[in-house]
Design a protein around this ligand. Structure first.
Ligand SMILES: CC(C)(COP(=O)(O)OP(=O)(O)OC[C@H]1O[C@@H](n2cnc3c(N)ncnc32)[C@H](O)[C@@H]1OP(=O)(O)O)[C@@H](O)C(=O)NCCC(=O)NCCS
Length: 129
């Protein structure tokens, strides 16, 4: 049985290891210890999924809880993908936010079809610098 938490801290090495196991590592600064540390330290939403002691999924975001939430990372261990864990992580994030709060994210190329399946709409004027 998979357990979800919204208040469990994780270490840099647990985070890095999960990013690698999810295949998201090539798009995240896994070789930069200070960056990973900052990502964990300053996130104010961190939802984790666990199979026993093993971290198998994470959703990490930055939010004011009322108006917007930037969902920076959603990652599920490859061997646990397509079992509803990503969907449940997002539901748990949603539960941390006030109802009108918008979740905003950039999809990785492998996940462009994913977010429409879990209720997101593509925004035609997102900008990145
Ligand atoms: C993308 C990811 C987070 C999805 O998590 P998951 O636990 O595998 O997804 P779920 O089981 O919750 O899937 C929900 C639905 O989306 C579908 N789906 C899952 N991954 C998908 C993908 N990459 N593309 C299209 N559809 C996908 C599932 O089949 C399921 O459909 P269903 O409800 O019709 O059965 C996970 O596969 C992952 O970590 N991928 C690698 C890293 C990545 O790309 N992260 C996103 C960064 S923006």
């Amino acid at each position: 049985v998979i357990r979800y938490s919204h208040d469990t801290q994780i270490t840099v090495s647990q985070f890095r290891d999960l990013l690698i196991r999810s295949t998201l590592a090539e798009r995240r600064p896994v070789g930069d210890e200070a960056a990973l540390k900052g990502m964990l330290q300053h996130a104010n939403v961190l939802v984790t999924a666990w199979d026993g002691p093993q971290l198998i999924g994470v959703a990490r975001g930055l939010t004011d809880f009322a108006y917007c939430c930037y969902l920076s990372d959603l990652a599920v261990d490859k061997t646990y993908q397509r079992q509803g864990i990503g969907r449940e992580l997002m539901e748990t994030v949603r539960g941390q936010l006030q109802p009108a709060c918008k979740i905003i994210l950039l999809a990785a190329p492998a996940a462009t079809e994913y977010y429409s399946k879990i209720g997101f709409t593509a925004h035609p004027s997102a900008w990145v610098k």
